[in-house]
Design a protein around this ligand. Structure first.
Ligand code: UDP
Ligand code: MG
Length: 313
């Protein structure tokens, strides 16, 4: 069986040598399997690319796709999957050893048992900060309440995909590629392998909170239109209350002859509903923006150079 290890790399020069050592020693234990590496250099500006090239020169099983700039992990993974169509299975690993290479034999075992997707299920999030744990929880709760296909809370990108699963993911043409959502959407027989996610071995994370927020927003809007529909229901409820209130005011006027009153309530109502309208416009704008990005039909990434990619498996 031919398995491709897909590794997105963005400024990982500190950790790459550790990654290489760790994976090589795991692969040595699996002499009956054929492996190749597909490193996607996602516009690194440090010494990552020269390092990868030095390995590729000595080892034809090291393939490199170097993108023309930083396109983000989702685009890098898509580029890698596109290159990996010859493999029987693809295993996605982060370069920072947070996805331990020791999972490789476990993934392959499950795959041999007939699973098309095997993902690594983190057993706890103790490595993450309190804020990150809390926001992740809220995201999954909200995502799962509005999307038709719930996302497992313990899954990251680290997983094995069979060739069929890879083809299925690649057949989804959208540009907003929330990969976890896409992997999950395609279905097929899926299994998980529990693991404890270690800390990054070296280097720094590429995700700050702003980037995570945008990632979450992209994921939500890519997977569900419920946020749009919510406003319709909200409108109905508000209209019903407005109608009752109108009846009440008219009643008061006719029966008690109440004069105009309530500057405060008027102001609060106007401000509240202005806010509500702006938020709903914002949500519509969010989706409109996504539609705009999709219709532009820009390529997801551009390749600067490919190394060893024509080598047979
Ligand atoms: N990565 C990438 N492009 C980016 C950001 C990250 O290819 O724009 C890669 C990065 O090199 C690493 C993986 O994605 O191999 C996960 O990134 P990171 O460890 O920073 O994310 P975290 O584990 O903190 O969520
Ligand atoms: Mg990491």
């Amino acid at each position: 069986m031919k398995t491709a290890l897909l590794v997105p790399v963005y400024n990982e020069q500190e950790v790459l040598p550790l990654f290489w050592e760790a994976t090589q020693s795991v692969l040595k234990e699996l002499p009956d399997e054929k492996f190749e590496y597909i490193f996607v250099n996602d516009g690194s500006t440090d010494g990552s690319l020269p390092l990868l090239k030095s390995w590729a020169r000595q080892n034809p099983a090291v393939k490199i796709i170097s993108l023309s700039r930083n396109f983000g992990k989702e685009a890098a993974l898509t580029a890698g999957l596109q290159e990996a169509v010859q493999a029987d299975a693809v295993i996605i690993l982060d370069a920072d050893l947070q996805d331990p290479p020791s999972l490789i034999p476990l993934f392959l075992q499950k795959h041999k048992e007939g699973c098309e997707i095997v993902y690594a299920a983190r057993q706890n999030r103790q490595q993450d900060s309190f804020v990150k744990r809390l926001t992740a929880r809220c995201f999954y709760k909200f995502y799962n309440s509005i999307s038709t296909r719930p996302l497992p809370e313990d899954a990251g990108d680290c997983r094995l995909l069979s060739r069929r699963a890879v083809q299925a993911v690649l057949s989804l043409p959208e540009r907003e590629r929330f990969m976890k959502g896409l992997f999950n959407w395609v279905g097929f027989r899926t299994a998980s392998v529990p693991f404890t996610r270690p800390a990054r071995k070296a280097g720094r994370t590429k995700w700050n909170y702003w980037r995570l927020w945008n990632f979450a927003l992209g994921g939500l809007t890519a997977s569900s239109t419920v946020p749009l529909r919510l406003w319709t229901y909200f409108g109905f409820v508000v209209s019903a209350f407005a109608f009752l209130y109108a009846v009440w005011i008219t009643f008061q006027k006719i029966v008690y002859g109440n004069p105009v009153s309530g500057y405060a309530s008027l102001m609060v109502t106007i401000l509240f509903f202005s806010g509500v309208q702006l938020i709903s416009l914002g949500v519509i704008g969010e989706y409109l923006g996504r539609v705009f990005m999709e219709v532009k039909q820009r390529p997801l990434y551009l390749i600067d150079e490919k190394i060893n990619c024509d080598e047979p498996f």
